[in-house]
Design a protein around this ligand. Structure first.
Ligand code: SAH
Length: 399
């Protein structure tokens, strides 16, 4: 049988794991048998030796990220089961095997029972992003499973983990450095379809794994509000919301991003779908842009990057969300609609709503909520790990 290092939890700390919470915090560990290193597989037990689960060890504030609450003999078989289950979920959600959409998140970390692992599928290329050394070590197995699952459809697998491993305080920088590479095939970019719209996705040069798949449903909702309207899409990245707005018949769409590359990609994606459409993009900081922006927008999208990456930045982030929303509320036409988002995991829905409320008060506008938005089905959240819900959005009507 196994001879993994064993971690025994304090008496009052086992219940969280019994309720399938996948993180064991360092303070919960009473004692260790064996000397696990970053990324090693460990078994977790109650104080009295009752088996609780198995996971990857980390030297940071989370000591173990659990991937199983049962004993596992064959790890490869466990990964295979997790991938199959993940694929089934995407099929059930109408994503895998759709003719309209061929880009989706296949593995969403804890939400798919694979803490520390993201796999995004872009029309034949899988991009792997490991957030833990333990998952990164298993990448060759994941490639085999992906090959079995997708067959000839799979053209390439790109490992884009250097930034995510590097940023973890609990990871050896030298292990992570420059590890971005193809582990199968080669294809640096591809055109994907999302709800019938086309996007060129470049995982090598793009942010995250190349595209923000998590806004798919919310972009679709924007289509309902865009016909005949003047739309401002801030923090546009590769133009996701802009492409939908143009296709829906917006009278004019303005896209803003501080990255020149993002603006170029937005223009290219607009041209790919609707050449000559009424669209203008601006390489500018959103706060600067808003200061001198037109005040006749009917619809404004606010999708900033995570303002808070950790607990310590939370207060400043909430202030920044307030300021951003306030600027938009001041600018927008009477009867206009604002799509406002936060993807900061540490800012929960209540705090985000609080920031939008403060912005409403400061701007002096009457604001009503039309939709409460979140992340789509290919970013599932385990009911036992509500922390997995990171994307929050509101659509508000401004008078
Ligand atoms: N809405 C996009 C994703 C946004 S990601 C989509 O649907 O794909 C956040 C974007 O904000 C990034 O492209 C980043 O370059 C940009 N960004 C970050 N800070 C900015 C700022 N102060 N002003 C303008 N753009 C900014």
């Amino acid at each position: 049988m196994s001879n993994y290092p064993a971690l025994f939890l304090h008496h009052n700390k086992a219940h969280a794991v019994r309720r399938f919470h996948p993180w064991v915090f360092s303070g919960a560990v009473k004692r260790k048998e064996g000397n696990p290193d970053q990324g090693d597989i460990v078994e977790v037990f109650s104080e009295n030796g009752e088996f609780l689960g198995m996971g990857h060890f980390g030297t940071g504030s989370v000591s173990v990220r659990l991937f199983s609450f049962e004993k596992v003999d064959d790890l490869t078989e466990l990964w295979r089961k997790r991938f199959v289950s993940a694929f089934e979920l995407r099929k059930a959600a109408g994503l895998a095997r759709s003719t309209n959409t061929n880009a989706y998140r296949l593995i969403n970390a804890e939400g798919d029972g694979m803490p520390g692992l993201i796999v995004d599928y872009y029309n034949g290329t899988a991009v792997i992003q490991a957030h833990s050394k333990g998952m990164h070590r298993e990448k060759d197995k994941f490639v085999e499973i992906l090959k079995q699952g997708y067959g000839d459809k799979l053209k390439a697998v790109y490992d884009k983990s250097s930034a995510t491993l590097h940023h973890k305080a609990d990871t050896d920088a030298k292990d992570a450095a420059n590890s971005d590479s193809y582990i199968m095939g080669h294809a640096s970019e591809t055109i994907v379809k999302e709800n019938g719209h086309q996007f060129n996705v470049n995982w090598e040069l793009g942010q995250k794994t190349g595209f923000f798949l998590d806004q798919r449903d919310n972009r679709l909702l924007l289509s309902r509000y865009a016909p005949g309207k003047k739309v401002l899409n801030t923090f546009c990245y590769s133009g996701g919301f802009s492409v939908y707005a143009v296709a829906a018949g917006a009278s004019m769409v303005h896209s803003v991003d501080s990255s020149e590359k993002a603006v170029k990609w937005t223009d290219e994606n607009i041209a790919l779908n609707n050449p000559g459409a009424p669209h203008q993009s601006y390489a500018d900081h959103v706060f600067d842009f808003l200061k001198t922006a037109d005040n006749d927008y009917d619809v404004i999208v606010l999708d900033p990057p995570a303002f808070a990456k950790g607990q310590s930045a939370r207060h400043a982030a909430i202030k920044a969300y307030t300021r951003l929303n306030q600027e938009a509320f001041k600018k927008i036409k009477k009867g206009g609609v604002v799509f406002t988002f936060s993807c900061s995991q540490v800012v929960d829905r209540e705090m985000f709503t609080g920031a939008v409320t403060s912005a409403a008060i400061e701007s002096g506008r009457n604001i009503r909520v039309l939709h409460h938005l979140s992340q789509p089905a290919d970013h599932p959240v385990s009911i036992f790990n509500p922390e997995g819900l990171y994307l929050k959005g509101l659509v508000v009507y401004v008078e």
